[in-house]
Design a protein around this ligand. Structure first.
Ligand code: C5P
Length: 223
């Protein structure tokens, strides 16, 4: 049976994707392993569904999907500002791997190694939780979707995040699936909401993104 694809026509969908880089000095940064592929694929699927899509992208080497408006950022602070600046939206999909900590101060010049020094201590501070802030915002989108990258007790941690960050949906990487994860082209997700869940994939990230977008549009409350 072939089902008609859900339409995103008339919707404004905001997606964030990729890592963030937190500068330590002019040549070093703290980052994380994220290719941005999943978020870019979701943005592409959203544009294909007829939605107006804004993609806030951390530093990644990916082309802009057709029909998508892209805003490039580097740090968590910049991503925070760009995402909040794009509200209101009907749907927010937070697929970025935002750094949890950032140096309290960026050194103006390269930090030098000194003779006899055995280590270096960095003073880090927490970054703003963009997703939780969007979910608690006065202009909260009708549907807020997060991602959870967990290695164990996936459902427990994902559901905890769903409740704590006041999300509508959370997509967790299904671990133990060959080829799934950060830099791979294939992935498997389990999407959780308060009283349900659905397993998607394993499939190429582009196919999976289409399935995820279908589920998102299905779960969107009328508004
Ligand atoms: O709490 P944790 O980082 O595991 O949650 C992951 C989800 O929260 C992802 O959707 C990620 O984009 C979002 N997040 C965020 N801002 C942060 C940290 C995580 O939006 N500072």
């Amino acid at each position: 049976m072939t089902q008609a694809k859900a339409s995103g026509a008339g919707l404004r969908i905001l997606v964030s994707a990729g890592p963030t880089y937190e500068d330590i000095d002019p040549v070093r940064f703290i980052g994380n392993r994220s290719s941005g592929k999943m978020g870019f694929a979701v943005a592409e699927a959203a544009a294909r569904s007829g939605a107006r899509v804004v993609l806030v992208a951390g530093p990644v080497a990916l082309p802009t999907p057709p029909g998508v408006t892209r805003l490039d950022v580097r740090s968590a602070a910049q991503m925070h500002e760009a995402v909040l600046g794009q509200l209101p939206a009907d749907i927010y999909i937070g697929a970025a791997a935002v750094a949890d900590f950032t140096p309290r101060q960026v050194a103006g010049s390269k930090i030098k190694k000194r003779e006899g020094e055995s280590g270096l201590t960095l003073d880090l501070v927490r970054t703003p939780d963009i997703l939780a802030e969007v979910a608690g915002h006065a202009a909260r989108p009708r549907l807020v979707v997060g991602f959870a990258a967990e290695t164990d007790e996936v459902e427990r941690y994902a559901r905890d995040k769903l409740a704590r960050k006041r999300l509508d949906l959370i997509a967790a990487n299904r671990v133990g699936v060959a080829g799934s994860g950060f830099e791979s082209d294939d992935n498997a997700l389990t999407v959780y909401w308060t009283d349900g869940q659905r397993a998607l994939g394993p499939a190429p990230k582009t196919v999976l993104a289409g399935q995820l977008l279908e589920l998102i549009l299905e779960r969107l409350p009328a508004g």
